[in-house]
Design a protein around this ligand. Structure first.
Ligand code: HEM
Length: 280
């Protein structure tokens, strides 16, 4: 009897087409760096690829390994940061009062100057807006795909996860749990502004009420880069433009889980340039 193979997504075939494209694309980045003198001597503006190329002796990396590392960074770091920025902007479009409050903070702290990543430390409301978006719309709602328990684990509620169980952490549920967060469905950055009586929550894995980058040994290695990038993009977008909803495309918070949790209907908004009034 003929064996019927059900392969609705044709994963193997699609990967076989994708992998050579990835190798070519990422390989070109490495070759460009080599041509630009990637060597053992690192200059002040050396980037990550230069550092990999500079490794010697036991640390020396083969090109295929460099490709794998770079691809992992592009693959894990691109859509997460872009999607988080999109969710932040969607919340700001819908919550004009919060957008206005953020603009006032940016005007006071930065005025019309070109905001740099070093300025973010002085923008607590901006950081609170990004944290609140990570809470309401965590890009990785289930953290990693799966974990395998290597021994029996007893949870604080008495439940036992037996050894060799495939388990997933539902971070989305934790960040929307009314036992953990007051009014969890309300977008309220103030809950993270300490000077307003808000909580001091580190989102980088030490506080499990909000760990959108995971925690422990497999925590996201790009968490600091991701946070700085999103804070900076949002700061620049909101410093320089007013954002309002598009009449024909109202903001729709429906979610769809692909590699990351995306807006099912991508944000369409109208931006008008601002006259920045520095109010020092
Ligand atoms: C807002 C941005 C980001 C979010 C929300 C995010 C979230 C996550 C999450 C939830 C995980 C899984 C953690 C776990 O298994 O417990 C992860 C893993 C990972 N992330 Fe990110 N990430 C972001 C940005 C980045 C950036 C910018 C990079 C690299 C440039 C990056 C590289 C990685 C890598 C390589 C892993 C796999 C780590 C491992 O399996 O050991 N991520 N990230």
């Amino acid at each position: 009897m003929a064996k019927l193979l059900l392969r609705p997504y044709r994963i193997k075939e699609r990967c076989a087409v994708l992998v050579p494209k990835v190798k070519k694309f990422v390989g070109r980045i490495i070759e460009e760096h080599q041509q630009n003198g990637g060597s053992t001597k690192l200059s002040d503006d050396a980037d990550f690829v230069d550092v990999m190329l500079s490794l010697e002796g036991e640390e020396k990396m083969e090109k295929d390994d460099m490709i794998a590392v770079l691809w992992e960074m592009i693959f894990r770091g691109t859509d997460t940061t872009a999607l988080l920025t999109e969710w932040v902007m969607a919340e700001l479009v819908l919550n004009q009062d919060i957008q206005g409050k953020l603009q006032r903070e940016l005007d006071v702290v930065a005025g019309s100057k070109n905001i740099k990543d070093a300025d973010i430390a002085n923008l607590p409301y901006l950081q609170a807006v990004v944290k609140e978006t990570l809470r309401v719309h965590p890009p990785g709602p289930l953290l990693s795909w799966a974990r395998l328990s290597t021994s029996d684990v007893q949870l604080s509620n008495g439940m036992i996860i037996p050894s060799n169980t495939t388990a997933m952490v539902n971070m989305w549920h934790i960040t929307h749990d009314p036992k953990v967060w007051e009014e969890p469905l309300v977008f309220k950055p103030e809950r993270f502004v300490e000077s307003d009586g808000g909580a001091n929550v580190d989102v980088r894995g030490s506080d499990l009420r909000l760990a959108p980058f995971g925690a422990g040994r497999r925590v996201c290695p790009g968490k600091n880069l991701g946070l700085v990038t999103v804070n900076l993009w949002v700061a620049k977008l909101v410093q320089n433009f007013n954002w309002v909803a598009d009449q024909e495309h109202p903001v729709d918070f429906s979610e769809v889980l692909k590699l990351s949790c995306e807006m099912k209907h991508p944000l369409i908004a109208q931006a008008t340039p601002r006259n920045i009034v520095a109010s020092f």
